[in-house]
Design a protein around this ligand. Structure first.
Ligand code: NAD
Ligand code: UDP
Length: 322
């Protein structure tokens, strides 16, 4: 098949492309490189079945494809709040453009939605029928309301134009290739610990998240795309940890002597988050397989290698060294 992956130079998108290329598909990646990096795809650049197009999804594009994985959108609060109006445009105009493309080509369209559509949830764990508790005017709204509109658009194109859609609600995902300066909690803690800096815990650290390793998530996305169920379907790891527990795990795996530094809790930070994955398990036969301990080890190894390469590079380009 010829498969389009928007946001394919980013963290999840590049892992998804690895899986699709290894399965023998032809892949087109669209990315504006806001938070993505060509380096994540370097190993495919000369492959005859791979095409990388610098393109902003807020602009229409004409392509012929069989499936569309629509991931283009910054995912870290730091990045999506950098230019909130652009984030909304990406979610609304970008999703509309990609749904228009799906309509014209009759391609199946998968939306990478998010657990953020549940806002600061009053139902725990979160089931897909829960309609959420979202602040429409807060600093996270550009992302969570943006994704809610993206879901609405997907379902309206489905009802009105018969577009074949799939909607995944992705919960916190982590793994190799997250940006070191991404601002998300797993990447922050690992980068901080490896650089002997204090781990920044926002608030008292009692807020919870459930962390899914990226290979498990990609497996869920592929099953959803190729299965018969439209969704929305939660994809996430139901093992729930407080942020403080996560900090302690990172300390234990990297350096128990690294201190914890408390910082202010950002506005509208959800207090608890954990997916109910009954639908994913029963409809897709999917459940995560990688435990946090193992996933953290793999992620730490990747960050360690990248940070070492960076410091080697900065030494070799340091004029004082010669
Ligand atoms: P990421 O920031 O690493 O990747 C997003 C990619 O989209 C980047 O390559 C970026 O350059 C590209 N992009 C952003 N705006 C664009 C635009 N206007 N046009 C073209 N490309 C654009 O984030 P990620 O963690 O890989 O997330 C991928 C998708 O999954 C996002 O849609 C995100 O909302 C969703 N998601 C991620 C998580 C998570 O925990 N990682 C959780 C829920 C949902
Ligand atoms: N967080 C933290 N320290 C950090 C970064 C994040 O304590 O250095 C907290 C953040 O306040 C939130 C949780 O970790 O409660 C997850 O944050 P992240 O940005 O990774 O994802 P999201 O809030 O979008 O789930």
């Amino acid at each position: 098949m010829r498969i389009l992956v928007t946001g394919g130079a980013g963290f999840i998108g590049s892992h998804l492309i690895d899986r699709l290329m290894n399965a023998g598909h032809e892949v087109i990646c669209l990315d504006n490189f806001f938070t993505g990096d060509k380096k994540n795809l370097l190993h495919w650049l000369n492959h005859p079945y791979f095409e990388l197009v610098r393109h902003d999804v807020t602009e229409p594009i004409r392509l012929e494809v069989d499936q569309i994985y629509h991931l283009a959108c910054p995912a870290s609060p730091v990045h999506y709040q950098y230019n909130p109006v652009k984030t909304i445009k990406t979610n609304v105009l970008g999703t509309m453009n990609m749904l228009g493309l799906a309509k014209r080509t009759k391609a199946r369209f998968l939306l990478a939605s998010t657990s953020e559509v549940y806002g600061d949830p009053e139902v725990h764990p979160q089931v897909e029928d829960y309609r959420g508790n979202v602040n429409p005017i807060g600093i996270r709204s550009c992302y969570d309301e943006g994704k809610r509109v993206a879901e609405t658009l997907a379902f309206d194109y489905h009802r009105q134009n018969n577009v074949d859609i799939r909607v995944a609600r992705i919960f916190n995902t982590y793994g190799p290739r997250m940006l070191e300066n991404d601002g998300r909690v797993v990447s922050n803690f690992i980068a901080q610990a490896l650089q002997n800096k204090p781990l920044t815990v926002y608030g008292d650290g009692s807020q919870t998240r459930s962390f899914c390793y990226v290979s498990d998530l990609v497996d869920g996305l592929i099953r959803l795309m190729n299965g018969d169920h439209v969704g929305p379907i939660n994809l996430g790891n139901p093992e729930e940890y407080s942020v403080l527990e996560l900090a302690q795990k990172v300390q234990a795996q990297i350096n128990p002597a690294i201190p914890i530094q408390q910082k202010d809790l950002p506005a509208d930070d959800p207090q608890r988050r954990r997916p109910d994955i009954t639908r994913a398990t029963s409809l897709l036969g999917w459940r995560p397989t990688i435990l946090l301990q193992e996933g953290l080890e793999l992620t730490i190894a990747d960050f360690r290698a990248r940070l070492a390469a960076q410091s080697e590079h900065s030494l070799s380009t340091d004029p004082l060294k010669v």
